[in-house]
Design a protein around this ligand. Structure first.
Ligand code: AP5
Length: 218
């Protein structure tokens, strides 16, 4: 099959799957910028709901302690968000689905709209790198850009914040939650023939190049 150029990918619906700190958000921003499709991050949506006082206290505690919020809640969020006009040319889901019931609900939702998920891209990073990546992550409040104090230092004028769930102990809990709840998604998508595994270790640009390569031959 002839390689497809990035522009022709614009009707695509993708999801990035990977443990905390694997680089989903970093890479999603780059790919979405290139393809001009929206990045839809359930984590960002939940943090924004929390900042606006719209997230119940029990769910705030759930997130802050490294657990998952209920499937029905994120499924409803995605159902509504993906009907936005900006989603017509495709979109990239970052951190959704995270459980097999979420993946089944997404399939059903897309089936009702006569379409489907094109690619599930798994970013693979060994556990020993995940903790350092998450603990030293900082986000610029103004731009939303993600930095790393060691690997991708922020500019001097950045207005930095650290996520509450980026404390070392909580990151370890999130990694465990990933293996318990999310890793089952990989065989689910493998069976559908849409799983692409990408090595997430190396410079950000190197990982981006691998992702582009993995998406080229679809
Ligand atoms: P969410 O915000 O989705 O967090 P996550 O999946 O744990 O992923 P992270 O954001 O921690 O990491 P990332 O893979 O995006 O890495 P990043 O690019 O930032 O979810 C948060 C919480 O919300 C969940 O715990 C849950 O409670 C709830 N939630 C969300 N979705 C849900 C769902 N579907 N169902 C139920 N609950 C849900 O990179 C990390 C750091 O590494 C950065 O500092 C970055 O600069 C650096 N970095 C990136 N790439 C590289 C590289 N190649 N080399 C060196 N450093 C790098």
């Amino acid at each position: 099959m002839a390689p497809v150029s990035a522009n022709e990918k614009n009707g695509m619906r993708l999801t990035f799957v990977g443990p905390p700190g694997s680089g989903k958000g970093t890479q999603a921003k780059i790919i979405c910028g290139r393809w001009r499709i929206p990045q839809i991050s359930t984590g960002d949506m939940l943090r924004s709901a929390k900042a606006q006082g719209r997230l119940p206290q029990d769910l705030i505690q759930k997130m802050d302690s490294g657990g998952l919020v209920p499937d029905e809640m994120v499924i409803a969020m995605i159902d509504e968000r993906t009907q936005g006009l900006d989603c017509a040319p495709g979109y990239l889901l970052d951190g959704f689905p995270r459980t097999v019931p979420q993946a089944e609900a997404l399939d059903e939702m897309l089936r009702r709209r006569d379409c489907g998920l094109d690619v599930a891209l798994a970013l693979e990073v060994p556990p020993e790198l995940l903790i350092e990546r998450a603990v030293l992550r900082r986000t610029d409040r103004k731009s939303g850009l993600i930095y790393h104090l060691k690997y991708n230092p922020p500019p001097a004028d950045a207005d930095l914040e650290q996520r509450k769930d980026d404390q070392e102990r909580v990151v370890m809990d999130r990694v465990n939650t990933y293996h318990r709840m999310t890793a089952d998604l990989l065989p689910y998508y493998e069976k559908q023939g849409i799983l692409r595994r990408v090595n997430g270790v190396g410079l950000v640009e190197e990982v981006t190049a691998r992702i582009m390569e993995a998406l080229k031959t679809l």
